[in-house]
Design a binder for this molecule. Structure first.
Ligand code: AMP
Ligand code: MG
Length: 345
């Protein structure tokens, strides 16, 4: 059903994009590239179109959508943000930072899931910006993946998952950053991190002052009542069971012939010790490279006919905080025969 549009990421053909933009303006759904991951977008002012996003993704009804704008004027249409924050935001925008602020009431209550707040960001992706400008309305867009599945950073996966479900899929190469935006809450007295993401907390603190980082944002606590609805659900999971182990455990299992039907997702450093099948994400000292490959590695795991996968954590500074969050949420602790093999290597 959907049409595929090939668009140059850095220099988008506006004529070609116009079709997709018109579709958005008239209630259509478009999968498009952002600098973080692929998004699935609808007119943020249109209740029915926003509802379609929830049903296509199978997204829980209480997990609100991020609204994407292409100018500070458009920001003013959707959110009420103090002048002092606007100046600071302009240090990060356009870019992968989302802020939760008071809604003007214009954005669909479906996209906001009835909340008095709205999550908004100004993306740097030239394609996303041109699409929003041409549509003439803000675009509500969560990550383009079926609910609980890993986000999509490779257009091949976007076509597989969405061609038959949406009006247009815009294909523009791999997502440059590979991890979703950082979400902060500007409505509380202290700024809170709701989701770790592509903008490092350290950079936000330099401009906004101290940011409260909860265990939820690290992906550790799932029991406690989440501040951001997205925090409470199973997330980013491959279909193949993925086990979280330490680097030492991985090096031991990675050389064990009894685990040759597993895939080891690891750093370049750990990978050197692994003789079983592996996917190397990048050097421990190049966390941006690791971030950009993580989601496609989780999807590749599913195409490798493996009994299971193993993954380990990376240093949790800079974008590494978001990498750790995604890895924890995508994985589970090792069980039975794996623990037994670790006991008797
Ligand atoms: P995604 O589906 O990957 O685009 O994630 C969107 C994220 O933004 C989720 O974690 C949502 O819970 C969060 N979010 C969106 N709107 C709000 C809001 N009004 N208040 C708090 N979190 C929000
Ligand atoms: Mg998502």
């Amino acid at each position: 059903m959907g049409r595929k549009l090939l668009i140059d990421y850095g220099n988008p053909d506006r004529e070609a994009l116009l079709e997709a933009a018109r579709s958005i303006a008239t209630g259509g759904i478009v999968v498009f590239p952002t600098e973080t991951v692929y998004g699935i977008g609808a007119n943020a002012y249109d209740d029915a179109a926003c509802s379609r996003i929830f049903s296509i993704k199978g997204r829980p009804q209480d997990n609100p959508l991020i609204v994407h704008v292409s100018s500070m004027e458009m920001l003013g249409e959707v959110a009420l943000i103090d002048r002092k924050w606007i100046q600071r935001l302009s240090r990060f925008w356009p870019g992968p930072l989302t802020v939760v602020a008071r809604s003007t009431g214009k954005v669909s209550t479906v996209a906001r899931t009835g909340l008095p707040t709205v999550a908004v960001r100004f993306p740097s992706s030239p394609v996303a910006r041109a699409l929003i400008e041409l549509a003439g309305v803000p675009i509500a867009a969560p990550s383009a993946n079926l609910s609980t599945r890993p986000s999509i950073t490779d257009p091949v996966h976007a076509l597989e998952e969405f061609s038959e479900r949406v009006e247009y899929v815009i294909v523009s190469g791999k997502s440059p950053l590979g991890i979703e935006s950082t979400v902060i809450d500007l409505t509380s007295p202290t700024i809170r991190l709701l989701r770790a993401g592509s903008t490092p907390v350290e950079e936000i603190e330099k401009v906004f002052g101290p940011v409260e980082v909860t265990d939820t944002a690290r992906g550790v606590a799932t029991e406690e009542r989440p501040v951001s609805p997205g925090a409470k659900y199973l997330h980013y999971s491959p279909e193949t069971p993925l086990y979280l182990v330490t680097e030492d455990q991985m090096m031991s299992l990675g050389q064990n012939p009894g685990f040759s039907d597993y895939v080891f997702i690891c750093s370049a450093q750990v990978g050197e010790a692994i003789t079983n099948r592996k996917i190397v994400l990048g050097s421990e000292s190049d966390l941006s490279a690791v971030a950009s490959r993580l989601f496609s590695a989780l999807r590749d795991l599913d195409s490798m006919n493996a009994r299971g996968g193993f993954i380990h954590l990376f240093p949790e500074h800079g974008i590494g905080l978001a990498v750790g969050n995604r890895i924890r949420k995508a994985s589970r602790p090792p069980t039975g025969e794996i623990l037994a093999a670790l006991d008797r290597p």
